[in-house]
Ligand binder design. Sequence first.
Ligand code: GLV
Ligand code: MN
Ligand code: MN
Length: 411
Amino acid sequence: MSALSINAERLLSRIRALGEIGRDSDSRLTRLAASDADKAGRDRLVQWLREAELEIEVDQIGNIFGVWRDARNAENAPVLIGSHIDTVIDAGIYDGCYGVLSGLETIQTLREAGTALAHPIAIAAFTNEEGVRYAPDMMGSLVYAGGLSIDEALAIVGTDGSVLGEELRRIGYAGAGVPGLSKPHAYVELHVEQGPVLEREGVPIGAVENLQGISWQRITIEGVANHAGTTPMSMRRDAGHAAARVIGFLHDRAIASNTPTVATVGCIAFEPSAINVIPSRAMFTVDLRDPDAERLKVEEAALAGYLQDLAAAESMTVTAERLARFEPVTFDAKIVGIIEEAARGRGLVSKRMTSGAGHDAQMIARIAPAAMIFVPSVGGISHNPREYTADADLVAGANVLFDVIQRLAAD
Ligand code: GLV
Ligand code: MN
Ligand code: MN
């Protein structure tokens, strides 16, 4: 499609450089949203945006934008390339960062070539995509798309008791821009697959046509603390054991369903948390996902029913708090087609697929035509320091993005 290609060395060196920011003394990479490490990553990104002579904007939720516009196209809505640079705990270096830096690379390459386009091009690094410190996830893009008010978002209390708005101010990224003021002409997000499909099938490019629904809850079970040595098994109201039963229920049900349903308990805490005390309280999170909206509802109802029966059978109090709830999303068919054409133009096989992970694209799809490009993840591993995508695959994906953006910004 294009005779031009992105500067592979510049892209790869930036991915590696950003991947060194936010490492602890054990070399674990953790840049939780609005933390000091996140600030350091943001500062580096802003420095690159400056070097690329982009207009830099930061909005009230801390989303960072780098905009390239010229006198001829300034009146038109921008084509937006987005993702995130916050990470999970002990993360890999590609999740989110690859998309943001490929967007920057796309703009720089086009600019250096003196390309004239009908639309400005902007890149976005959205705040708190991961949702590890503050729920819900995809928060910056959700606010940008009008799905959560700025006041509500800024007041959210994190897992460490911090308040997002205060933390954004503290790190210097509580901007002035009103989120979502300008609606993009189109939105594209390039991301590592984070799953095994592309590698298993030997396909270098995923044209992502939809994304599964996500349900996050925090469950609290209240039992009774008692002596671990003296309390007969039949007389216990053990919140820890009850939590274990819920975990087993979710796992077994998802496997037995033989559907794409996935269920995860990723956080758990007992109180008083002592070796010789029966837990009086168990708190844990549930992450339920399904590409089918109806089935996701059925799974949520099955969990609610199980918790109700458990509470009655064990004489315990069980409460469930919703942390995030997003319906499955269908991406823009025209952009998915353009991604397939762009891959073909580069001599690359592509495959239509569903995203198992949540992404900022699912929020921006509420306000603009949006789609995603995936590249293979070795071993399907992500949210793990072993996350890895071969350089050649990263470069191929970035060139497909480059071609797609040119096409979308042309008219
Ligand atoms: C985002 O990384 C998610 O949880 O899917
Ligand atoms: Mn991501
Ligand atoms: Mn992630």
